[in-house]
Design a protein around this ligand. Structure first.
Ligand code: NAI
Ligand code: MG
Length: 489
C-alpha cells in the first residue's frame, strides 16, 4: 500500500507531457490593420495606430488603427445607409443566406481563427479550438435559422428592426462575443458597427475579412478598432439606435448614463461573482472537475466564472484536498501548446489587478494556496490560486477579480448558502452540485442569477439565453430571448 502511494505521488510530480505546440505556419497577419468601413479597409482619419501584442511572449503581432470621432461617424453613416437602402429592404430569406455563409466560412477557417485567438488573447488553444470558435460559428448558424422566421418567433407582434447597432465587446472571448453581438443583429434586420477590445482586435479584423469575402452588402457590418474613447463616440452617435455592451460594470454604468434621455435601446452584460455550490450528496470527483472548469477555464477571464466556492461543511476536507491535488496537475504556460490548461493572462494591467487582489486576500487574513507549477519567465502568467477560510465581508469574496483565483467558504444549511450566494452586488450565474433534483429546483428558483448550471459548469449553447440580474446588467443574449433587444414590437 505504501509503495502504491509513492507511485501516485511520483506520477503527479515527475510525469511530464512532451510539448505539443500548434503550428502557426498557416497564419497570415498583416503588419498594419485599417478600419473596416463600408466593405473596405480604410485608413483612419486619426492617422494613429497602436500595437497589439501576444500576452504570452510580449511580442508585437500587428498595429491596428485607432478610430476617432470622424471615423466613428463614417462607420455609423455607412451602417445607416446600408440599413436604409439595402438590408432593411432585403427579403428575409436572402438575409439569412448571408448569415449562413458567414457561419460556414468561419467553420472552414476555424483553425486559423483558433490560433489567432490564442496568440492575441492568451487563452489555451484547447479552449479557442474546442469552445470559442465552434460556438461562434454555431451562433451564426443558429441566428441564420431565425432570420426568416421572426413572425413565428413573435406571432401577431409584427417585429420591426431598429436600425444601427453599436456593439462594444471585451477581450475575454473576442470572436465569440463578436458572434453573440453580430449574428442576432443581422438576423433581426439591423446593421452593425462593432468595436473589439483594444487588447484583442485581431480575430474581429479577420472576421471583417471573412465578412468581405462572404459578399455581405457593403456597410451592413463595420468593424472599427480603438480604446474607450472610440467606444464612447459610438454610444453617443445620434444615428445609433441600439447599444449592446459587454464589459466592466463601471463602463456599463457610464453607458447607461450617457444614453439616458435618448430613445436608444440598450443591453448590458457586465461583471459577475458566481457561487459554485457543492452539497455533501454531490458526485465529488465530478464536482472537483466542475470547480476547476468553473474558475480556471480561460484563466478565470469569464464573467460567469465560478469564483466563489461554497462547500457543505461535512465534505469540505475531502473536496479541498482533491482540489489541491488537481491544482498540482494543471499546466500553466504556452497558450499554443495543446497540453496547456491555463494560458496567459490577457494583459499586464489585468495581471497587475489579479496580483493586487491576491495580496488583498492575504492581507485580509484568508489562507492562500497556490499550485507549485513552473510558469514562463516572459509573458503574463498567474498560478491557479485558492483562498481558504474566507468570509462574506472579504473583498476577494465580494469583488470581481477576473483571474484564476477562487475564494472558498463552507456552509451547513440550504438557507445559509442561498443567503450567502445572493449577498453580492452581482447576479450573472451560479452552479449547484447535488444528487437531488428537488434541491436543484429549490435553489435555482431562489438564486438571483441569470444562469444556473446543475452538476456542470460553463456550458454554453446558442439556443440558451444568457444574462444577469443586479449589477451584472440586463437584457439577454442567445436563444429566442436574444432576438428581442434588436426588435421593436
Ligand atoms: P472595459 O469595460 O473597460 O472594456 C470593455 C470594452 O469597453 C472595450 O472594448 C473597451 O474599449 C470599451 N470601453 C472602455 N471604456 C468605454 C467607454 N467609456 N465607453 C464605451 N466603451 C468603452 O473593461 P476592462 O477595463 O478591459 O476590464 C476591467 C475589468 O472589467 C476586468 O478586470 C473585469 O473585472 C471586467 N470585465 C468584465 C467582462 C465581462 O465579460 N463582463 C469583460 C471584460 C472585463
Ligand atoms: Mg476599462
Amino acid at each position: 500500500m505504501k509503495k502504491e502511494e509513492n507511485i501516485t505521488n511520483e506520477f503527479f510530480t515527475d510525469w511530464k507531457y512532451a510539448p505539443a505546440p500548434e503550428s502557426t505556419d498557416h497564419i497570415k497577419l498583416k503588419k498594419q490593420y485599417d478600419l473596416f468601413i463600408n466593405g473596405k479597409f480604410v485608413k483612419p482619419n486619426s492617422k494613429k495606430y497602436f500595437a497589439t501584442i501576444n500576452p504570452a511572449t510580449e511580442e508585437k503581432l500587428a498595429e491596428v488603427a485607432e478610430a476617432n470621432e470622424k471615423d466613428v461617424d463614417l462607420a455609423v453613416t455607412s451602417a445607416k445607409n446600408a440599413y436604409d437602402k439595402v438590408w432593411k429592404k432585403m427579403p428575409v430569406k436572402e438575409r439569412s443566406k448571408y448569415i449562413f455563409r458567414i457561419a460556414r466560412l468561419m467553420q472552414e477557417r476555424a483553425r486559423e481563427f483558433a490560433v489567432i485567438e490564442s496568440m492575441n488573447g492568451g487563452k489555451s488553444i484547447r479552449e479557442s479550438r474546442d469552445a470559442d470558435i465552434p460556438l461562434a460559428a454555431n451562433h451564426f448558424f443558429y441566428y441564420a435559422g431565425w432570420a426568416d422566421k421572426l413572425d413565428y418567433a413573435f406571432p401577431n407582434k409584427k417585429p420591426q428592426s431598429l436600425g444601427v447597432a453599436a456593439q462594444i465587446i471585451p477581450w475575454n472571448f473576442p470572436l465569440l462575443m463578436a458572434a453573440w453581438k453580430i449574428a442576432p443583429a443581422l438576423a433581426t434586420g439591423n446593421t452593425v458597427v462593432l468595436k473589439p477590445a483594444e487588447t484583442t482586435p485581431l480575430t474581429a479584423l479577420k472576421l471583417a475579412e471573412l465578412i468581405r469575402d462572404s459578399g455581405l452588402p457593403d456597410g451592413v457590418v463595420n468593424i472599427i478598432t480603438g480604446f474607450g474613447k472610440t467606444g464612447a463616440a459610438m454610444v453617443n452617435h445620434p444615428k445609433v439606435n441600439k447599444v449592446a455592451f459587454t464589459g466592466s460594470t463601471d463602463v456599463g454604468k457610464l453607458i447607461q448614463k450617457s444614453i439616458a434621455g435618448t430613445n436608444k435601446k440598450v443591453t448590458l452584460e457586465l461583471g459577475g461573482k458566481a457561487a459554485n455550490i457543492i452539497f455533501d450528496d454531490a458526485p465529488i470527483d465530478q464536482a472537483v472537475e466542475g470547480i476547476v472548469n468553473g474558475i480556471f477555464f480561460n484563466q478565470g477571464h469569464v464573467c460567469c466564472a465560478g469564483s466563489r466556492l461554497f462547500v457543505q461543511e461535512n465534505v469540505a476536507d475531502i473536496v479541498i484536498s482533491k482540489l489541491k491535488q488537481r491544482l498540482e496537475t494543471l499546466i500553466v504556460g504556452d497558450p499554443l501548446d495543446k497540453n496547456t490548461d491555463i494560458g496567459a493572462i490577457n494583459s499586464k494591467e489585468q495581471l497587475n489587478k489579479i496580483n493586487e487582489y491576491i495580496k488583498i486576500g492575504v492581507d485580509e487574513g484568508a489562507e492562500m494556496y497556490q499550485s507549485k507549477c513552473a510558469i514562463p519567465s516572459k509573458g503574463f502568467f498567474c498560478r491557479p490560486t485558492l483562498f481558504l477560510h474566507t468570509s462574506q465581508s472579504h473583498r476577494i469574496v465580494q469583488e470581481e477579480i477576473f483571474g484564476p483565483v477562487l475564494a472558498i467558504q463552507t456552509f451547513r444549511t440550504i438557507e445559509e448558502v442561498i443567503e450567502k450566494a445572493n449577498n453580492i452586488p452581482y447576479g450573472l450565474s451560479a452552479g449547484v452540485w447535488t444528487d437531488k433534483g428537488s434541491k436543484i429546483f429549490n435553489l435555482t428558483s431562489k438564486l438571483r442569477a441569470g444562469v444556473v448550471w446543475a452538476n456542470t459548469y460553463n456550458k454554453f449553447d446558442p439556443a440558451s439565453p444568457f444574462g444577469g440580474y443586479k449589477e451584472s446588467g440586463f437584457g439577454r443574449e442567445g436563444g429566442l430571448h436574444g432576438l428581442m433587444p434588436y426588435l421593436s414590437f
